[in-house]
Design a protein around this ligand. Structure first.
Ligand SMILES: [Zn+2]
Length: 217
């Protein structure tokens, strides 16, 4: 009681805030009770997620800004490398992938961020799927593969994207998943060079794929 008496009297505003603290007040109080920066950062992130999930801040723009900060494919979509772009669709961008031993290999990346394909709004998911099929058909027309492996994994980057690997009939491993070869390449530079090499320049591959895309009616 003695200590209280020695303090400056609290203003009416301060007393009101102490009686009914706002959410920001609570964050500040919690932040002060944790001394290390890691704990403070964690608390701010938890409260930010809570606020975003319950407020008008959970707009697509705000969610996009958060994803852009964290997600490699969101950053790529925001600033697509011109020498990789095969085609820009309304809901996705098709990029020519690095492993051109599988001639025509493309990665089709959704413009919308989500951790899982089923998290996408239905209309966007369907349009994204159709755009992937357009690219798959263009690969078939341009390069006549024996089969096209269509894969969506997302173990490394959790953002909706399709890998389209054309498999040729003369590939001795054409019954095996491409990832076995890519795993070898990760440990062997010669294998990396072999799988990235192509009989055609990349610009030529992109030109052939673009020529095989359906013309706008
Ligand atoms: Zn993303």
């Amino acid at each position: 009681m003695k200590e209280m008496r020695n303090r400056e009297p609290r203003s009416e505003w301060t007393q009101r805030r102490l009686r009914s603290p706002t959410l920001l007040d609570r964050i500040f109080i919690l932040r002060c009770s944790f001394s290390d920066l890691g704990s403070q950062f964690l608390i701010v992130r938890i409260f930010s997620s809570f606020i975003l999930s319950r407020s008008s801040f959970s707009s697509p723009d705000m969610m996009f800004a958060m994803a852009l900060e964290d997600c490699l494919l969101c950053r790529k979509i925001a600033s697509p490398p011109a020498n990789e772009v095969v085609w820009e669709f309304p809901h996705s961008i098709a990029f020519l992938g690095p492993w051109q031993h599988y001639r025509g290999y493309c990665v089709v990346v959704c413009r919308t961020h989500a951790a899982e394909m089923h998290h996408l709004p239905e209309a966007i998911r369907q349009a994204f799927f159709e755009e992937m099929c357009v690219v798959s058909r263009a690969i078939e027309t341009a390069f006549c593969p024996r089969k096209i492996n269509v894969e969506s994994l997302g173990n490394q980057v959790q953002h909706p994207h399709w890998h389209l690997f054309p498999r040729s009939a003369d590939d001795p491993e054409n019954l095996k998943a491409v990832w076995l070869a890519l795993d070898r390449a990760e440990k062997d530079e010669d294998e990396t060079r072999r799988l990235q090499a192509s009989q055609l320049p990349r610009e030529e591959i992109i030109a052939r794929l673009r020529a095989a895309l359906p013309r706008p009616s």
